[in-house]
Write a protein that binds this ligand. Sequence first.
Ligand code: BES
Ligand code: ZN
Length: 623
Amino acid sequence: MNRTRYFFIGLLLCSCQANESNKEVQTGNIEPMILDDPHSFAKPSESLVTHLDWRATVDFETKIISGTAILSLQNSKDASQLILDTKLLSIESVIIGGEPVEYNLGEIDEYLGQSLSIKITPQTKNVSVHYKTSKDAEALQWLAPSQTADKESPFLFTQSQAILARSWVPIQDSPGIRFTYNAEVTVPQGLLALMSAENPATVNESGVYNFEMKQPIPAYLLALSVGQLEFKSLGVRSGVHAEPTVINAAAYEFEDLEVMIKAAENLYGPYRWDRYDLLVLPPSFPFGGMENPRLTFATPTILAGDRSLVSLVAHELAHSWSGNLVTNANWNDFWLNEGFTVYFEQRIMETLYGRDYSEMLAALSVQGLKEDIETMIKAGNSNDTKLKLDLENRNPDDGVTSIAYDKGYLLLRNIEEKLGREKFDAFLKGYFEKNAFRVMTTEQFIVQFEQYAHEEDFLFDLNQWIYDPGIPKGASLPISDRFLQIDNALQAFMNGAKAGTLEVKDWTSHEWLHFVRAIPANMSFKQMEDLDNAFSFTVSGNSEVLTGWLIQAVSHQYTPAYERLEKFLINTGRRKFLSPIYGELIKSESGKEMALNIYKKARPNYHFVATNTLDEMLGFQSN
Ligand code: BES
Ligand code: ZN
């Protein structure tokens, strides 16, 4: 089956209700843009969804959302059908003008789900789809009270990126298609519902909540969360939601949020989404963070107690520009979302905490990149080390690697170094302004950059970076002076110095992370023990350092850490931590057995996104 679809989206996509100040967008480039999304059935050139009015009831007993999606359409002159994406939805009826109409659910595709084709005429303005989600809806995770921090109430959250929105809303689920939305959501009394929209923020008696998202967004940014939640304000336009027992720790950790937003605006222009709030989820949230507009979803594993992991917030905040404002056209262009965001994140961190701090982040990023490229090339996947990906007929999740993030970042950093920061910042500011609320392809980025470069008489081989595998020869790589000192300390330790004599007083968690990652294969059990006694790695409250240490514990068979390892794997659902730990375990036969034993206990706590990866990695068959 050929999943490639071609369609064009002209100015209609940004006839959006964007800010008044957004003139450039509305009157700017009116060339229709040819788009091609291999991960959506939609044919927006025939009928395009421009607004979603969503009514839904959330039932924790049956783990089902019953909903009606009322979709506003913009049709071509000869439109005869509207095509939506769905996955495991049971469609009850489709209504146009008060009457049920014919519809057809297409063949099931493993990744894409099913197309829902609805007969319309060019005059059809609205279509209502009545439906229920499935127990196995991939975006949804229903948590029992015991799986939350407070252990008192059940909890629900969604994760729509990349193509899971279709498992809870019948919609045109392509990043190139933007719509505004409003919603009325009914939940059990006492629980609070939040969405990626203007939020009520306080619990009401009726359990009915109303939402509005005035800026047009792609479907992967649709988000809902329901649970027992409290709110603390952090500034005039920011705050944090979390479970009652977590709220104070969360408010402490994110105290710099308002400063971060200002730093971001100073770099690349105004924040266009009014408010920026955070939601700290229960530990099974499969990602570090998810940039749902107005309401970033975050893992509780960043609550280290010392604000050492807040670069993740800088990252999700940066997506308010790179990703949410200027959006990758499809998942083959994912680096435009993530590479730009890592670059932007580091610039925010540099503003707040200084260059030598952000250079540690840069060094960690490139260190991970080099290791991943090596592994991918060994596994015969060198095509996946190109920035521009080819994910047709594949799960877009395959593109979530350090290539998009860290090679993307490294490219922008290399441009900055050659062009000069001032000029590159001017380009980026213009890029976000000019393309706000629009779609970006890799090719369009190249055109826009080359136009700018031409005016500046600047030469740079973008093609090699984007279309060739690996890191281009001659690329400039970051070196962190602070890490050089860590390497020296580790060397001294390997040469016989006792752990207690190392000069570690001013080390930040990034230095510790670098240290544990650099532990050589030939370190003895006794030396591991000495380090652990001196620096308490096994009981570290910093999830990054702990993960680095647990991986070393497995590869060095440092058994005193195994109890913590099991606990951590059972209580944490963040895929970025789970994959490398399980991955290290399965390198040996005994480790594999241990991995499977733990996995059986832990799996009910994981979101689909994580089990989907881990089932395959561990050869686990769910019945
Ligand atoms: N948008 C991503 C998460 C994502 C990517 C979800 C692709 C589904 C598909 C988010 O912004 C992200 O990158 N999160 C990282 C944070 C980090 C790089 C600071 C994560 O979760 O680890
Ligand atoms: Zn990201």
